[in-house]
Design a protein around this ligand. Structure first.
Ligand code: FAD
Length: 478
């Protein structure tokens, strides 16, 4: 026997996207139910453990729509849905102002980045996860309180399982709480479940042959329920093969103080990454997010090793707030040093001749400034501020760090239009169904794995989905 509940807008997921949607709809007079699978008052989700930097393609959200469209296009090199990019950029400034009006405090700089808005109080500048009482934790508590003040409800411990369709319209959700089945009927449904990064079958299908060899650099809550529920009723999807994440020490697979920080992005981007045969396998010039994707796609994603030298360790490895130097050492991560490349090969177990040749070819390319002849070629024109210029690997001690790919969230997902309406495989919007945040695709990824912002995407499209859902159901609620 199931219980039947009613709302105007039913939202799947109580992260930033779901709460932004809920608050927007509730502020317009809709009765809102947010279904959240986590039962704990401080249920985990990516929004709670986030570093908290609000940005679009690493630009301030108040930079102006035209500049932001340019930054998105540049970061993705045009592999983005132009109509979505326009809407994303166009709503960015209003969205961040709306967030401040919700009493969410943003500071400039903090632990993260000099000129971007960061949730306050910021996360601690320390290896490992430290979210309690900071950044996303404070934001979610405030937003939940605001929602409840508007009469909205957050139902914890409720996992959405299935969408209910009537005459081609989405009219509700079937969910479970323990053994109990609950049915929510609503004028509109918003999917905001955060992505499918923590679903090994979907990750194997789309991202890596060996999901168990990827680091779950996330809250473990995005299990692709929204994607699967929506696909079951005919929804279209896009670019499921790319993810946002970082290159991390392989020790992070078993040492929790080594994730989500420090990352190894910067020393790898200034030096090189090799596979178990001591061959380069990716264009390090595309920077850390793209390198992490390439590591995940290797036959053995736990076979990659960063190779660099003392000069890189002293320069690039100190870049970024939670830098490899010194946090990798502080947290007990493996860092192998040797006076010669031959000795480094011995210490890492890499084939010595191959490593010597790969390093020599690379050094030659740096000296001759001829990167196109490398296999694979290395680009220099990456627009990403996280990119690094290649440095020679000449100054002993030479350094190796075993790597893994840290998967934070999936960049692809449900196909939506600029109103956040989920599109059917035949192209038309599915009436009553909306999606936002980590559940949607079309705004990042592509072959250059352009990163355009996790929090911003959740905030902006959460608000758009809430407004669209409100517009659809309001006639029924008044
Ligand atoms: C360590 C870390 C650092 C980050 N730092 C940044 C940063 O500085 N800047 C940035 O822009 N981005 C950052 N991100 C990414 C950003 O935090 C996320 O992209 C964003 O918070 C996603 O919000 P969301 O609401 O879409 O998903 P989430 O916050 O993950 O929320 C989804 C919610 O849906 C719930 N759910 C899932 N399935 C169901 C179901 N079937 N039924 C009911 N509930 C369900 C989950 O339990 C979860 O609570 C970071 C992420 C991590 C992990």
């Amino acid at each position: 026997m199931g219980q039947d509940m009613n709302a105007d807008v039913v939202i799947v997921g109580g992260g930033l996207a779901g709460l932004a949607a809920g608050l927007t709809a509730a502020a317009g007079g809709a009765r809102v139910s947010v279904l959240e699978q986590g039962a704990d008052p401080r249920y985990l989700c990516n929004s709670r453990i986030t570093m908290g930097v609000f940005q679009i393609a690493l630009n301030d959200m108040e930079s102006g729509a035209a500049a932001l469209v340019g930054a998105i296009t540049q970061a993705t090199r045009g592999h983005v849905d132009p109509a979505l990019a326009e809407r994303y950029a166009g709503e960015a400034a209003n969205s961040i102002r709306w967030l401040r009006a919700q009493s969410i405090r943003l500071i400039r700089g903090g632990a993260a980045a000099a000129n971007l808005g960061v949730l306050s109080p910021p996360v601690l500048r320390r290896p490992g996860l430290h979210w309690e009482g900071r950044a996303g934790d404070v934001m979610l508590r405030q937003l939940t309180g605001n929602l409840e003040q508007l009469g909205g409800a957050l139902h914890r411990g409720v996992r959405a399982r299935e969408l209910v369709m009537e005459g081609g319209h989405c009219v509700g959700v079937v969910a479970t709480r323990g053994d109990e089945t609950l049915r929510w009927r609503g004028g509109a449904v918003v999917i905001a479940d955060g992505g499918f990064q923590a679903n090994p079958d979907l990750v194997r299908q789309h991202i890596s042959k060996s999901p168990e060899k990827l680091l779950q650099r996330n809250a473990g809550t995005g299990r692709g329920d929204g994607l699967l529920m929506a696909q079951a009723i005919g929804a279209d999807v896009t670019e499921l093969e790319y993810f946002y994440g970082h290159v991390q020490s392989r020790d992070a697979m078993h040492n929790a103080t080594l994730w989500p920080y420090p990352t190894m992005d910067f020393p790898v981007a200034a030096g090189m990454a090799v596979d178990a045969q001591a061959e380069r396998f990716t264009d390090e010039g595309l920077a850390g997010v793209a390198i992490a994707n390439a590591v995940a796609r290797l036959d053995d994603p736990l076979g990659a090793i960063a190779i660099f030298d003392q000069a890189i360790w002293e320069a690039s490895a100190k870049t970024y707030v939670m830098s490899a130097n010194p946090f990798l050492i502080d947290a007990g991560g493996t860092l192998l040093r040797a006076d010669t490349i031959a000795e480094l090969a011995d210490r890492t177990g890499l084939p010595g001749d191959a490593l010597a040749r790969t390093v020599a070819d690379y050094n030659h390319a740096v000296e001759a400034n001829e990167f196109s002849k490398l296999t694979p070629p290395r680009s220099l024109d990456h627009p990403h501020p996280w990119g690094s210029r290649p440095m020679p690997i000449r100054q002993p001690p030479f350094v190796a760090v075993p790597l893994c790919a840290g998967l934070t969230y999936t960049m692809g997902g449900l196909k939506v239009d600029p109103q956040a309406r989920v599109l059917h495989t035949q192209g038309q919007p599915i009436t009553g169904l909306f999606a936002a945040g980590g559940s949607i695709g079309g705004l990042e990824g592509g072959p250059y794995v352009g990163y355009t912002g996790g929090l911003a995407k959740a905030l902006v499209f959460g608000r758009i989905a809430g407004a669209s859902a409100l517009a659809l159901c309001k006639p029924k609620s008044h």
